[in-house]
Design a binder for this molecule. Structure first.
Ligand code: KIV
Ligand code: ZN
Length: 389
């Protein structure tokens, strides 16, 4: 039975918006925030309030209008950041401060020129500051993916003791293999004595195309929150795609997880984000790509037309996509041709289709895709040949 709730933490408006060219103004952010709340996200990361006056006012306005989701603001481990985030979130019904610091040796030495102990103290300090403003504090251990697991466990234990209620374990550089990331989460779930006082969160980047796989491995090993974005938008190669993790959880109910996402809104949400951020979705993108429910090769089309389940694991209606499409190309077969002609009102016998198919292949070899107008022309010529015969 699927009885373990996975909290969906959407960061489209923060990590997603960091992509060059995807910056949103306050009006756009508000529109997306309302739709994300409607979609059913549990936590909405609205921005990084200290980063600019515009982002401060976006987080403030979103805090005023969101009623069900928790509104979250990002900070560095800096007192001023936390004060500004708290001010921006002040009117939210439920607010969360997301604060943290780099914990891999690459960050400790390369970014902070500090020691592990100094960073541990700064981690405790930022959570303590944040707890002055809200009971809901999430700590991010930046670059946890490349951090030493024992040191990471020490940091996580200390920040929970200081009052963190969610502990985010980001694979900031998208470096981990699924087995490594899963083992990291299991290490924390098993070795941190006070881990039962916090929710473990996965925040995976997609530099090696593993963000979704790593997030799923994270929840299998004890995490209960996934940080993700619509269409997988985010820094560099992006973040975990919300639509992918939600549908994996739904398709694989044997894992025992569920989310509150209304999956019928996934495709409309994807289109809205793509249009608002002016960032096209690749056609072969899982769940929301234009080809996600298109069948073009003869073998697949024949099977699909006999029984959709042969080549489709998700009914497009379930994710708010248009009906499955039978696309005609030079790789298509007779069943697909007969099906598309029938949809245009042309009924043919098997013998007719055999003849028409030869004509169709000539057209298909000249074009990437055979369109309705081409089919009408084929039917017209066939009729003409019959009259002339
Ligand atoms: O990728 C990352 O580590 C982040 C943190 C700021 C949560 O986005
Ligand atoms: Zn990130």
């Amino acid at each position: 039975m699927a009885d373990k709730k996975i909290f969906i933490f959407d960061t489209t408006l923060r990590d997603g918006e960091q992509i060059p060219g995807c910056k949103l103004n306050t009006t756009e952010k508000i529109e997306l925030a309302l739709k994300l709340e409607d979609l059913g996200v549990d936590i909405l990361e609205a921005g990084f309030p200290v980063s600019s006056p515009g982002d401060f006012s976006s987080v403030q306005e979103i805090s005023r209008i969101i009623t069900r989701a928790t509104v979250c603001g990002l900070t560095r481990a800096v007192k001023k950041d936390i004060e500004v985030a708290a001010a921006a979130l002040k009117e939210a019904r439920r607010s969360r401060i997301h604060t943290g610091i780099g914990v891999s040796d690459y960050h400790i030495k390369g970014k902070f020129n500090a020691t592990r102990d100094e960073i541990l103290q700064r981690a405790i300090q930022c959570v303590t500051w944040a707890r002055n403003y809200t009971d809901d504090v999430e700590f991010y251990a930046e670059d946890a993916g490349r951090a030493d697991n024992d040191y990471l466990a020490r940091v996580i234990e200390a920040v929970i003791k200081a009052g963190a209620t969610t502990v985010n374990i980001p694979d900031t550089t998208g470096y981990c293999l699924p087995g490594q990331y899963g083992a990291k989460i299991a290490h924390l779930a098993n070795k941190v004595p006070n881990i039962d006082k916090a929710v473990i969160s996965c925040h995976c980047h997609n530099d090696l195309g593993l963000a979704t796989a790593n997030s799923i491995e994270g929840i299998i090993n004890g995490a209960r929150q996934i940080e993700c974005t619509i269409n997988g938008l985010g820094e560099r190669a992006g973040n975990t795609a919300l639509e992918e993790v939600v549908m994996i959880i739904k398709q694989h109910s044997q894992l025992g997880f569920y989310t509150n996402i209304n999956t019928k809104q996934l495709n409309p949400m994807s289109r809205l984000v793509s249009d608002t951020m002016r960032m096209p979705v690749q056609p072969n993108k899982a769940i929301v790509g234009a080809n996600a429910f298109s069948h073009s090769s003869g073998i697949h089309q024949d099977g699909f037309l006999k029984d959709a389940i042969t080549y489709e694991i998700i009914n497009p209606e379930e994710v708010g996509a248009e009906n499955s499409k039978i696309v005609l190309t030079a790789r298509s077969g007779r069943s697909a041709l007969a099906h598309r002609l029938q949809k245009l009102g042309f009924e043919y016998t098997r013998n007719d289709i055999d003849v028409l198919y030869e004509q169709f292949l000539k057209v298909a070899d000249l074009k990437k895709e055979v369109q309705e107008d081409d089919l009408r022309e084929l039917a017209r010529q066939y009729q003409q040949q019959a009259v002339n015969a």
